[in-house]
Design a protein around this ligand. Sequence first.
Ligand code: B1M
Length: 211
Amino acid sequence: MSILNDISENLQRGKAKVVKELIQQALDAGEKPETILSEGLLDGMNIIGAKFKEGTVYVPEVLVAARAMNQGAAMLKPYLEEAGVKSIGRACLGTVQGDLHDIGKNLVKMMLEGKGIEVIDLGTDVAPETFIQTAIEQDCQLICLSALLTTTMGVMGEVVKKAEEAGIRDKVKIMIGGAPVDEAFCRQIGADVYTPDAASAADAAKALLTA
Ligand code: B1M
């Protein structure tokens, strides 16, 4: 079995310490950080996601896998940053109100920072007002929203409305992502950009900030 498979398997079992040891071994063996992320960590998380959906694993197993995922991703972060990048702008980022999923959001943060974007991480369960207040006070050019639940994706539309009400809509770009949202939803709520994954979110954010 390959080391990437081992990472995926151990992530599914929530063995964070072993996952980190295996990541180090993979790096030492010359494996690319992007490959370790996608074919090791994300592969394991996808399998756990599918099992959660079919009801063969439960919240506690998913939580320990998520912890291993976050720790493994944090370990890869320095390797995924572009060397010597200068700050090109500032974003506030969070998972919307009512939603506690943070793995995708953390990946987006990592990729944005890798492109030289300063990120104010507001965490999870973030109220629309908090995004707007932070964007104003911290002079953010981007508001980045993540949602994983069909019951919380609507909050993204509220953020767009609050930005309009606060008179900052023409000063910030609003980016959205997360499993239940898509391009059509992005247009429907009047957000600026939808991207399907963290890497494309970082590319789109860089393009917006350097346009
Ligand atoms: Co939750 N959960 N969960 N969960 N959970 C889902 C999302 C679900 C699809 C599982 C299922 O199949 N049933 C389902 C949602 C169904 C729906 O709404 N349609 C679900 C549910 C129902 C729930 C609870 C309600 C379960 C319960 O309590 N009965 C509950 C809700 C809690 C709450 O938020 N209020 C809940 C709880 C949890 C845990 C706490 C156990 C845990 C979260 C731990 C954590 O995040 N620290 C958890 C997890 C881990 C999942 C699954 C298994 C995995 C999600 C994940 O992290 N994926 C998930 C099933 C699945 O997705 N297959 C599921 C890996 C991550 C890298 O992907 O976050 O999609 P993702 O991010 C992607 C893209 O979406 C994108 O980039 C990333 C890839 O590069 N992206 C962006 C994300 N944000 C972006 C922003 C951008 C751009 C791209 O621009 C700004």
